[in-house]
Every structure is written in C-alpha cells, then in structure tokens.
Design a protein around this ligand. Structure first.
Ligand code: XIL
Length: 308
C-alpha cells in the first residue's frame, strides 16, 4: 500500500515560492496547521470564515494533493464565546459546527481528525474539557456520527499525543476506540501525533505493537504530526542532527512496515516555520533547515520510504 506523505501548512506561506517549491515537490498530503479549527473558522458566533482552509484546499487540489481536515473537536481551539454557553446552547453550537465545517469540505478532504486529544495525559480517563463538562462523555461518539452524516466519504480519525508507544495513555486510547467500534460509531483510524524528542523517543517495538493492536481492531493508523526535537541531545550540532536523523528513520520506517499505516504527516517541513520554538523553546525539529536545505533527517526519511 502506498503511503501518503504529508505536512502541516499555513495559507500565508503559500505565496512564498521558496516554500511552495519544497512543499509541492516532496508532499502529496496536506493538513491545515490551524485554519480549519473551530476558533479561526467561527471567531464570532454564527459568522464562519473558511478563507484560510479554502486557500489550502484549493492549492492542494491544483497540485493533485490530498487533504486531511484538522480538527473538528479540540479543546485547544474552542472559540471564547462557546466556552460561556449553557450546556443546551453549547450542544447546538457544537453540532452546528461539526455539520457546517464537515459539509463545507465534503468531497474535498480525504480524512478528518474528528476528535483531537480527548484522553487525559495520565491515561486515567477522558481529559476534563469544555466538551466533557457540557456534553458528557458521549460527545466523542456524537462527534463521529455528526461528521459521518455530513461527509460520508471522509475517513474519520481520533488523534492524540503521547500515546504512540505502549503505556497507560495508549491503553486508554485503545479502549476508547474499541468501545466506539463496539457501539457502531463510525471511526476509521487513529492518528499518533509523534511530537517526540531525539533523546527519548518511544521505543520502536513499542510503537510497532501499538500500531498493530489498533490495526487488529480493523482501524487505519497514521503518524499525524511528526517532529523531533534535538536541543537536548548532547554533543555538537552535527551529532544532534545525526541522532535526529536516526529517530526519523526508524519511526517513519514503522509506518512503512505496517500495512494499515496509511500516512505520515510532519508538522511542517522547514525549521523556519515550526510551532516547537514557541511551545518548547528554540529547536530545529523538522526535515529542512531554515534555508530550506535538506537536513540529515530528510535523508533518513527518504531511506525509510525506500526500505533502506
Ligand atoms: C498547533 C499549531 O502548530 C499552532 O500553530 C497553533 O497555534 C496551535 O496548534 N497538537 C495538535 C495540533 O493537534 O493542532 C497543534 O497545532 C499542535 C499539538
């Protein structure tokens, strides 16, 4: 099975020919880094703006690329006005949002991240979000059903972080998606975000086992937001880059080796544009440097796709 190779982008970068040159040459799958989330689409209640996402989708269509929508339900992008709604009004807004956005992009996205990061970091249960507080735990099943009704063709994913290898959190994610399937909820796959450090990535065997047990449920898996921080690797910059290359090589190789892994998406491709610097401190987590030159990591990923 051929794998899709994706990157997150922002529409504002698409006017930069140096950016688009690398983007169109190396990727066939694209995800909006934030412009298809709830807050940017509906900053004011009832007033939707699809311009950013539409620009990305149009660019992708012109290039023959596939698109993954990201993300219909995420606590990190709830519009301020929605947080203050009473439960009944929140439910209406939630349902309208999913229906409206999934319908808007119907036929133009291959897949959606329907629910993002709903499991608590310690794996003890669901994360305590505004969705859970106002709608109860069944909001997850509701979201997938609403998305399927609005866009029957799109592959529907649950997406999360720190559940890449085996452990308490991935066990909880596994139980969640298994129970959704048992209830007949339309879910097609699980995204493993893969924001990792070069010093301490989840072990390969652990990621492979986790992918396999999800695949055994009949689900697809994908690596959905990969980046590899190198700052804490001891030694010279060259050493850091080499360790980073090995991590990219081995983890991407796990998707290549897993028949049910259908895509690897990187959370950007140039160190000039990465969320990591703002979130975790200055770093060089992506495949190309700030001048858009291929780093060792780039060749590690190429080797992985060539099964070398
Ligand atoms: C991040 C983007 O990279 C930022 O630009 C934005 O401001 C906030 O969101 N997990 C996710 C992504 O699922 O949506 C997040 O993206 C990174 C963590």
């Amino acid at each position: 099975m051929g794998k899709l190779v994706g990157t997150a982008v922002q529409s504002s970068f698409l006017g930069d020919s140096r950016y688009t040159g690398v983007f169109t040459r190396h990727f066939n799958y694209v995800t909006a880094e934030y412009e298809m989330k709830w807050d940017p689409i509906e900053r004011a209640q009832g007033v939707e703006s699809f311009s950013g996402g539409d620009a990305i989708v149009a660019f992708a269509a012109a290039q023959g690329m596939q698109v993954k929508g990201h993300a219909l339900v995420w606590h990190g992008s709830v519009p301020a006005w929605a947080n203050t709604l009473a439960p009944a009004a929140f439910r209406t807004a939630f349902e309208n949002h999913i229906r409206s956005v999934a319908s808007h992009y119907r036929g133009r996205v291959l897949a959606w991240d329907v629910v993002n990061e709903a499991v608590a970091d310690d794996g003890s249960g669901l994360r305590d979000t505004v969705f859970r507080q106002k709608l109860g735990d069944t909001y997850i099943a509701d979201a997938f059903r609403l998305a399927r009704d609005a866009d029957p063709q799109a592959l529907l994913f649950y997406n999360d972080y720190s559940g890449e290898g085996l452990g308490a959190k991935s066990n909880r994610i596994y139980d969640l998606v298994k129970s959704l399937l048992a209830q007949g909820v339309p879910i097609d796959g699980v995204g493993l975000q893969m924001h990792v450090t070069a010093t301490n990535p989840p072990p390969d065997a652990s990621i492979a086992s986790n992918m396999r047990r999800l695949a055994d449920l009949g689900l697809l898996v994908n690596i959905s937001e990969m980046d590899v921080r190198l700052r804490d690797v001891p030694g010279t910059q060259q050493t850091k880059l080499d360790v980073q290359k090995n991590v990219y090589h081995s983890i991407v190789g796990l998707c290549v080796a897993e028949p049910r892994c259908h895509a690897v998406t990187f959370w950007g491709f140039t160190d000039a544009h990465s969320w990591i610097d703002a979130q975790f401190g200055a770093d060089d987590p992506l495949l190309c440097d700030e001048q858009y030159a291929a780093k060792p990591a780039f060749f590690g990923v190429l080797d992985a796709f060539r099964r070398r």
